[in-house]
Design a protein around this ligand. Structure first.
Ligand code: HSE
Length: 433
């Protein structure tokens, strides 16, 4: 049988990894597909020193690949919005299947891209866009298809997790660790995507749609990064039996879907709290299976290539039975998508960690607890550090409360004469189902 011919656009870290995995595991992959996969053409800006491409046709024009009649599947690994979007739409119009690792593209333009793919009866596969090599899209769309998903929470940005891990383990400063993450090649081209949570929000938006069958709504995702997490907060969390993790969390509630990315205190005994360095993990709560946890490398050449090639294998298997589009792009049938709204953040209920600096004098704590009491906010724990000067740090853990009430209470606390500066706050999640 003739091989399935693949065109790779973008031949950097992941492109090179994909090429090498396809070569190295050729026999094993062909045993799985029943039909070999050949790289027909590569579009690259410069040669990848980690790959021996032999006689493979090379171009510097990505659209030459999208318009090449000998290419059956286009692998998009250039990243970003444009020209990636135009490239993918061109390939779709030319009847080619697409495999992409581009989370921004799917999160922001996915609705349009999937509609075009349906029209042209081709697959757009994107496992590699989320959590690198972890087969989380596969797990949600197929392995957990019997379940109604209640919620999922994930560490889905390796750079952010690396920074928080180093801050906790070695007491290192934020900027110092970020520089190292950049040097190690973990960080996005624009590292604010990692530290301000945009990369995680892209990934979470996609996961939420696959979990709940809602359209992609990246602009509705609440996004808060880790740049304001201080070494003091990391140490305080530790002393209270928590770890701070940068979580993406999406949950189905009666009033809508929570969709949020932010630093979060989670109990140190949770497996998710023990995911360190650049590793990723996603915890999914299904109503039949209960909690399931997926862990692995969230970035890197061959871990990401593992997901790209798995998508290729799926496409080749479907081609073999002449069934191009077996799987709905977002897991649910097009006519069965839900219009559940995304819940506004002020309606989201979580517990909170608060840190504030107050004057060391009688009655200050009473004023603060009065404000919290009046707002209906119950205190789980309160700690005032032994006083070393006239200004002392106070830490408060609350019981769960609607975010809108907490915002009002924080405003009132910040307005007190004996509270200086802003109140730092980090949401707390128990993740116990
Ligand atoms: N910058 C991303 C991360 C790469 O750190 O997780 C993988 O998407």
């Amino acid at each position: 049988m003739k091989p399935v011919r693949v065109g790779i656009c973008g031949f950097g870290t992941v492109g090179g990894g994909t090429f090498n995995v396809l070569q190295r595991n050729f026999n094993e992959i062909t045993r799985r597909t029943g039909r070999s996969i050949a790289v027909e053409q590569i579009a690259q800006r410069r040669p990848n020193p980690n790959c021996d491409v032999g006689n493979t046709a090379i171009t510097d024009d990505i659209f030459a690949v999208a318009n090449n009649p000998n290419v059956d599947v286009l692998v998009e690994l250039i990243g970003g919005h444009e020209p990636a979007k135009e490239l993918v739409l061109t390939a779709i119009q030319n009847g080619k299947h697409v495999v992409t690792a581009n989370k921004a593209l799917i999160a922001v333009h996915g609705n349009e891209i999937f509609a075009a793919a349906r029209k042209h009866n081709v697959v757009v596969a994107y496992e590699a866009a989320i959590a690198g090599g972890i087969p989380i899209v596969k797990a949600l769309r197929e392995g957990l298809a019997a379940n109604s998903i209640d919620w999922l929470a994930g560490i889905i940005n390796g750079t952010g997790n690396f920074i928080l891990t180093e801050m906790r383990d070695k007491g290192r400063a934020f900027n110092d660790v970020l520089k190292e993450a950049q040097a190690l090649g973990y960080a996005e081209a624009d590292p604010t995507f990692d530290v301000e949570g945009i990369d995680a929000a892209h990934k979470l938006t996609i996961l939420s749609s696959v979990a709940f069958g809602i359209s992609l709504q990246f602009d509705q995702c609440y996004t808060e990064g880790i740049s304001k997490v201080s070494a003091e907060d990391v140490a305080n969390a530790e002393s209270l039996g928590f770890r701070i993790k940068h979580l993406g969390l999406t949950r189905r509630t009666e009033d809508g879907i929570e969709l949020r990315v932010h630093p979060t205190l989670i109990p140190e005994k949770r497996l998710l709290a023990n995911v360190h360095g650049v590793m990723n993990a996603v915890l999914v709560e299904g109503n039949a299976v209960g909690p399931t946890l997926y862990y692995g490398s969230g970035a890197g050449a061959e871990p990401t290539a593992s997901a790209v090639v798995a998508d290729l294998v799926d496409i080749v298997r479907d081609m073999a039975v002449d069934q191009n589009v077996r799987m709905p792009s977002l897991a649910f049938q097009e006519n069965a998508m839900s219009d559940s709204p995304i819940l506004p953040m002020d309606k989201v209920v979580t517990a909170f960690y608060m840190r504030m600096t107050v004057s060391e004098k009688p009655g200050v704590l009473a004023q603060i607890t009065q404000i919290l009491g009046d707002a209906g906010i119950s205190i789980e724990a309160i700690r005032q550090q032994t006083h070393v000067s006239s200004q002392v740090p106070v830490i408060i853990l609350t019981r769960p409360v609607a975010e809108g009430h907490m915002n009002d209470a924080i405003k009132a606390i910040e307005a007190l004469q004996d509270v200086s500066g802003e109140v730092a706050r980090i949401r707390v999640e128990n993740l116990d189902g």
